[in-house]
Design a binder for this molecule. Structure first.
Ligand code: ZN
Length: 325
C-alpha cells in the first residue's frame, strides 16, 4: 500500500482529524479567545453557501464553536493554511511530496500531480515553506561542540547587476547564503546575507554560535579573525587543494559542502528562478529537510509530521504571486 493511500490524503474529515491531532496534541485551543480545552463543540453537517459546484453548499469540515466566546473556527485558523481555499487533504499530499523530494518539487510539477492551478500550487508551496521556517534561535555548538560555517552563491541579484549587463566570472552579482551546521546535533541553519565582509558576518556568527564552540571554516579572509570570538577556530586551505587537515582530521567543512551541493542542485534543477524576497523560504526548505534527514532519525512521514507542527503562528500576508518562482 502506498504512503499516499492513507485516509488523511483523500478524505477531508480524516485530514482535519489528523491536523487537529497534530496542532492540538495538548488540548484544543480556541484561536479567538485562547481558551484551552474550554467548552468547544463540533458543528457537524454545517454547509457553506450554495455554488455551481455544490448546489447544496459544501460541507464545512472541522468546524467548531467555542462555548466561551461563541465564535467559530477550524484547525486551519491561525496557521499557514488559514486562507487557503484548497481542500486540506490535497494540502497534506503537497506537504508529503515536498518533504519526500530531496531536491524539492517545482510548482509546475505540484500542479500536475495534484491537478490544481499553477498559482494555487505556487501559493501552497510557499505556505509550506513558511511552516518549515524555524524560529529556533538557540546558539549552535553550545557545550563546546564543532560548528562548520561556509557560504555559497546562487542566482543573479538584479539589484547589484541589472539583467543584460555582463555578469563576469565573479560572485559579486549572486545572492549570498551563509550556513552553519552543528556537527553534534546535525542541525543546519542558513540565512540570506547581503555582505560577506568580516564586519558584517562576525556579529551574525556571534549571535548564532556559542562562545565555547569550535568553529570550522575555509581560509576565506572574512573568517580569519574568528578565533578570538570562539573557543577555537580551525580552517582548511582549499586554495592549496586541501579539504581535510591530515594533522587534525576534524578540521574540515565537508558536511556543509555536502548540504550546499543538495541545495544548489535543487535550486538549479528544480526551482530555476527565484526572486530575492522569496529566497529565504527556499533556503528554509532545504535547511529543514537537511536537519530532519534520515541520519538524524526522520523518514518521509516523520519529516512531514514535523513540518506540519510548524504551521501555527505563521501566516503569509502577501496577496499575489507578483514574482513567481
Ligand atoms: Zn473562544
Amino acid at each position: 500500500m502506498s504512503v499516499l493511500s492513507q485516509p488523511r490524503f483523500h478524505d477531508e474529515a480524516a485530514a482535519f482529524a489528523y491536523l487537529e491531532s497534530m496542532i492540538w496534541a495538548n488540548g484544543t485551543i480556541c484561536p479567538h479567545c485562547g481558551v484551552v480545552n474550554g467548552r468547544i463543540y463540533d458543528l457537524a453537517g454545517v454547509r457553506g453557501k450554495p455554488s455551481k459546484k455544490s448546489p447544496e453548499g459544501a460541507i464545512r469540515h472541522g468546524l467548531k464553536k467555542c462555548g466561551e466566546c461563541r465564535k467559530q473556527f477550524t484547525a486551519k485558523v491561525g496557521t499557514v493554511f488559514e486562507d487557503a481555499k484548497l481542500p486540506l487533504h490535497l494540502m497534506l499530499q503537497a506537504v508529503h511530496l515536498m518533504m519526500s523530494s530531496k531536491k524539492g518539487i517545482s510548482s509546475h510539477q505540484l500542479s500536475r500531480i495534484l491537478e490544481i492551478q499553477y498559482n494555487s500550487a505556487w501559493f501552497l508551496s510557499h505556505r509550506i515553506r513558511e511552516a518549515m521556517r524555524s524560529g529556533d534561535l538557540a546558539p549552535f555548538g553550545s557545550g563546546g561542540g564543532i560548528v562548520e560555517v561556509d557560504e555559497t552563491f546562487i542566482g543573479h541579484d538584479k539589484a547589484i547587476k541589472p539583467a543584460g549587463e555582463k555578469k563576469g566570472r565573479g560572485y559579486a552579482h549572486k545572492y549570498k547564503v551563509l550556513s552553519l551546521i552543528d556537527r553534534d546535533t546535525g542541525r543546519q541553519r542558513s540565512m540570506v546575507v547581503d555582505s560577506l565582509k568580516a564586519a558584517d558576518l562576525t556579529p551574525i556568527l556571534k549571535a548564532n554560535i556559542a562562545a565555547e564552540a569550535i568553529v570550522m571554516t575555509d581560509e576565506a579572509s572574512q573568517y580569519l579573525s574568528l578565533g578570538k570570538h570562539f573557543a577555537a577556530h580551525g580552517f582548511t586551505r582549499h586554495s592549496a587543494g586541501q579539504y581535510v587537515d591530515y594533522e587534525n582530521p576534524s578540521i574540515h567543512t565537508n558536511t556543509i559542502e555536502g548540504a550546499f551541493s543538495i541545495f544548489k542542485r535543487g535550486m538549479k534543477g528544480v526551482y530555476q528562478h527565484c526572486a530575492k524576497k522569496h529566497l529565504h523560504r527556499y533556503v528554509a526548505e532545504f535547511e529543514f529537510r537537511y536537519t530532519h534527514r534520515v541520519a538524524t532519525g526522520f523518514d518521509d512521514t516523520a519529516r512531514a509530521t514535523q513540518a506540519l507542527k510548524g504551521i501555527t503562528g505563521k501566516r503569509l500576508t502577501y496577496a499575489r504571486p507578483d514574482s513567481q518562482a
